[in-house]
Ligand binder design. Structure first.
Ligand code: NAD
Length: 275
């Protein structure tokens, strides 16, 4: 499978170049970042210390969009929205890792997936996707007898909060319990908050140092509590998963998928539009 990376000079982009080269099912075919970057024109393999890959870092997706079967985009929402349109026009598949997309941007992504295959996941780590499944089970068993809080920690450079993964964890739990996350989510607390309403789902965010990504969902009852925790120690966890998604997406013509589909875990509420 010929794979292109968008945002290739970024933290995740570099990992994705490495993961694409390392995966026996994928070949690095294109790499794109923003115009004006001093790295434009550099060889993508050399950029990550993997030797010459024969792929120069480009500054215009439209110019290279036909070079790959599938592109992987880990950039910023405004860029991802434009990249979706370029891929849609070219009929090229897209794996999206960018987080922080708003409802309108997600609606655009859904519309594009009627013409091309798109995989969109807030977290491509295999462990996190297993946790989505475990959360479904925990919520189904514990039901409305527990207080539920989602606690996440990331590095100081992260620009959105709560993390896309924390929100998805909240969604999985809310959908399993028949609640609408938009109505029950509480983001941070301060001052005289009053007693906790059991139907709410709380989110707490920590931004510090170089934390790659920690997530805990706490189910607390009177007398006992259950915590489901995932800790990422390297971005390669996301890189490997996203490249696996790209290889999988190659066999799809159109539609919106997520990592639950890629891993064969798609169930009642852990994936897109399934709850
Ligand atoms: P980063 O800032 O290090 O890298 C982003 C890169 O995108 C930069 O090199 C930037 O120049 C480039 N870029 C911006 N606009 C562009 C455009 N129009 N065309 C091409 N390139 C463009 O950020 P990062 O830490 O690599 O994270 C990128 C995104 O991936 C964030 O939204 C982050 O939350 C998300 N992320 C998702 C997962 C997941 O598993 N889904 C995991 C980690 C990070």
């Amino acid at each position: 499978m010929k794979v292109g990376i968008i945002g290739a000079a970024g933290r995740m982009g570099r990992i994705l170049i490495e993961a694409t080269i390392a995966n026996p099912d994928t070949t690095l075919a294109a790499a794109v970042d923003v115009p004006g970057s001093s790295l434009i024109g550099a060889d993508a393999g050399e950029l990550v210390g993997q030797g010459h890959a024969g792929v120069a870092l480009a500054d215009d997706l439209a110019a290279v969009v036909k070079d790959a079967d599938v592109f992987i985009d880990f950039t910023v929402p405004e860029a991802t929205v434009k990249n979706i349109e370029v891929c849609r026009a070219a009929g090229t598949r897209l794996v999206i890792g960018t987080t922080g997309l708003n409802d309108e941007q997600i609606a655009g992504l859904r519309a594009a997936s009627e013409e091309i295959a798109i995989c969109y996941a807030p977290n491509y780590s295999i462990g996190v996707n297993l946790c989505f499944k475990l959360l479904e089970t925990a919520a189904a068993v514990l039901q409305d007898e527990v207080d539920i809080e989602v606690i996440e920690a990331h590095h100081r450079h992260k620009i959105d909060a709560p993390s896309g993964t924390a929100l998805r964890m909240g969604e999985v739990v809310a959908q399993t319990l028949g609640r609408d996350l938009k109505e029950v989510a509480v983001y941070g607390r301060e001052g005289r908050t009053g007693e906790r309403d059991r139907k709410t789902i709380g989110f707490e965010t920590i931004r510090a140092g170089d934390i790659v990504g920690d997530h805990t969902v706490l189910f607390a009852a009177d007398g006992e509590r259950v915590e489901i925790t995932h800790k990422a120690s390297s971005r390669m966890a996301f890189g490997r998963g996203a490249v696996r998604a790209a290889a999988w997406l190659g066999s799809q013509d159109k539609g919106l998928f997520d990592m639950q589909d890629v891993l064969g875990l798609a169930g009642d509420s852990a994936g897109w539009g399934k709850g």
